[in-house]
Design a protein around this ligand. Structure first.
Ligand SMILES: NC(=O)c1ccc[n+]([C@@H]2O[C@H](COP(=O)([O-])OP(=O)(O)OC[C@H]3O[C@@H](n4cnc5c(N)ncnc54)[C@H](OP(=O)(O)O)[C@@H]3O)[C@@H](O)[C@H]2O)c1
Length: 300
């Protein structure tokens, strides 16, 4: 397999696409952004950008000369993965990074997520089938779990209201989960493309921290030098509420069940790997981050 230099990113200015694109650029890859003809997203002016229709023919042309494609489109674009794969293969792309950046093929999510997962899975399976039939086309999936610095800041229901210095602690706050910061997600993509042989045709487990709510709360209080207002609740109640809302087709269930995914007592649903050693973090060059580091980032 020849070294990967030219990398196209689809979804480059999204929540995860932004740090991924920055990390690729900083590591010396030649990045091209692929964006929808109808997109209103603002992309960095210093990166070559191809605005294209998302048809097989137009995408194949757009991906000409690319060694790798990173597919990091938001949920609305996930059903297009098969077309992206077909175009990448037709253009002679060596590596297609599929749109996981979540909980991977072994996710132990609630059944309410099955339909969403099936659509994602269809694209992943399709890439795997293509790679089986064509030795020049390979794929990688990056299972990054909870995007901890992004998610904890954006969703106070995840336990910490960083602006108000308030916490919601589920049960004993001891359920352990893994997370990967946005910087870690960017590095995971860089590490994949720097190690094409070892990362070919498989999912890799990524984590930059393993922690629990109690450890994070203690760290928040230590760094801010004050006691936070703490509300205690039980994860089973949140699960029930999420499931009821799903049944009644009321919005909000996705976040409730995503939070419960981390804190469902004794289930370990939020663990991408049992330990750093059992993950692929070292191979990918994803640094281990302490609770102090992550909390300082959240407060910053
Ligand atoms: N593990 C987690 O908890 C977690 C959390 C969030 C996201 N994720 C996953 O990470 C991946 C990226 O998510 P994100 O939040 O970074 O995405 P995002 O910010 O919502 O969207 C990224 C880009 O995708 C493109 N896009 C959006 N809708 C599209 C559509 N209907 N058709 C085609 N392209 C579309 C847009 O790019 P252009 O405008 O340039 O075309 C957009 O800027 C997804 O697989 C998502 O499920 C995981």
């Amino acid at each position: 397999m020849s070294p990967i230099k030219n990398v196209a990113v689809i979804g480059a200015s999204g929540n995860f696409g932004t740090p991924i694109t920055q990390a690729l650029q900083a590591s010396g890859f030649k990045v091209t952004i692929i964006t929808r003809e109808t997109s209103t997203t603002i992309h960095p002016a210093d990166i070559s950008t191809i605005r294209t229709e998302y048809t097989l023919e137009a995408l194949t042309k757009a991906l000409n000369n690319q060694d790798a494609v990173v597919c990091v489109v938001g949920p609305g674009g996930v059903p297009l993965q098969k077309t992206f794969v077909d175009a990448a293969e037709a253009a002679g792309v060596q590596r297609f990074i599929i749109d996981d950046f979540g909980w991977g093929p072994d996710a132990r999510g609630f059944p309410e997520f099955d339909a969403i997962h099936a659509i994602r899975r269809e694209g992943w399976d399709y890439a795997a089938k293509k790679a089986k039939d064509n030795k020049n086309f390979t794929w990688t999936g990056l299972t990054t779990g909870n995007p901890i610095d992004w998610a904890m800041k954006k969703f106070p229901l995840m336990g910490f209201d960083v602006s108000k210095h308030e916490a919601i602690i589920y049960d004993q706050g001891k359920e352990r989960f893994t997370g990967t910061t946005l910087a870690g997600i960017g590095q995971a993509v860089v590490g994949t493309l720097q190690h094409p042989e070892e990362t070919a045709n498989r999912f890799l487990k990524v984590q930059s921290i393993q922690t629990c709510q109690t450890e994070l709360l203690d760290t928040f209080e230590k760094i801010t030098g004050e006691k936070w207002k703490v509300t205690r609740t039980i994860s089973k109640e949140l699960i029930e509420k999420g499931k009821e809302e799903n049944k009644a087709a009321i919005g909000g269930w996705v976040l409730k069940l995503a939070v419960s995914h981390l804190y469902d007592v004794g289930q370990g649903r939020g663990m991408v790997a049992p330990s750093r050693e059992e993950s692929d973090a070292a191979l990918l060059g994803v640094k281990e981050e302490s609770a102090e580091y992550v909390v300082a980032k959240l407060l910053g």
